[in-house]
Design a protein around this ligand. Structure first.
Ligand SMILES: [Mg+2]
Length: 230
């Protein structure tokens, strides 16, 4: 009957944390101008750089703003307004992780996919759409992009599986956040979904090891995935 893929965006299709880190620093400067009066450009560069390290903790955009503040307080303890960051280091926020910077094979996989594709993301739909067009040269119709404002991902999956035109399709949900997959496992209605944690996105080795203990979660490698999509 065919397959339906619900794909997360950041960390699955697209690695854009560098660009987003720069935007987060800009937003933090607007939000807390008083904190940035003594911050020089090398400190800003350091923050952008460190954002890439702490990226796996980010779920939605606004959290990047808080991370910028956290990093700033770590770098310049004098700026601390609370005890939240006392004794905290970048290493302490996250264990070291590695991630590929590019996810090759996607533009073609998306373009030639014979499966039904949906994007399910916590980023803004217009950004996902623009990045898909510009980076991948792919246009995904807006009704196939469930973005910020579409509700929790578990609700999006429930809605997708109920649609009459999806009956009989094999359902696949691909994510780079283990916590999101665990939320799906908790939902009795969603037992029909095959769940995948990608091994190239914004997750840690520890999370991948934990994922392996869940019988419902399959670890996915990039080349397998781009093959699967076609
Ligand atoms: Mg993601």
């Amino acid at each position: 009957m065919g397959d339906l893929y619900a794909l997360d965006f950041d960390g699955v299709l697209c690695d854009n944390c560098g660009e987003t880190a720069i935007s987060a620093v800009k937003a933090a400067k607007l939000r807390w101008p008083e904190l940035f009066t003594t911050v020089d450009s090398s400190t800003e560069d350091w923050i952008v750089d460190q954002m890439q390290t702490v990226w796996p903790v980010v779920e939605t955009g606004y959290e990047t703003l808080l991370l910028v503040r956290l990093l700033l307080e770590i770098k310049i303890p004098l700026l601390q307004r609370s005890s939240v960051t006392k004794g905290l280091t970048v290493e302490g926020i996250l264990e070291t992780w590695s991630a590929n910077r590019f996810y090759p094979g996607f533009p073609d996989a998306l373009r030639f996919a014979s499966s039904q594709l949906y994007i399910v993301t916590t980023k803004q739909g217009r950004f996902a759409d623009a990045l898909l067009r510009e980076l991948a040269g792919v246009t995904i119709p807006p009704e196939r992009i469930y973005a910020l404002g579409s509700g929790p991902k578990v609700e999006v999956l429930k809605m997708l599986q109920k649609q009459p035109e999806h009956q009989g399709l094999t359902l696949h949900f691909v994510e780079d956040r283990l916590a999101t997959l665990k939320n799906v496992i908790k939902e009795p209605e969603l037992t029909g979904w095959n769940l995948y944690l990608v091994d190239w996105g914004y997750n840690t080795q520890k999370e991948r090891e934990e994922a392996a203990t869940y019988s419902r979660i399959h670890l996915l490698q990039l080349s397998d995935f781009t093959q699967k999509l076609k």
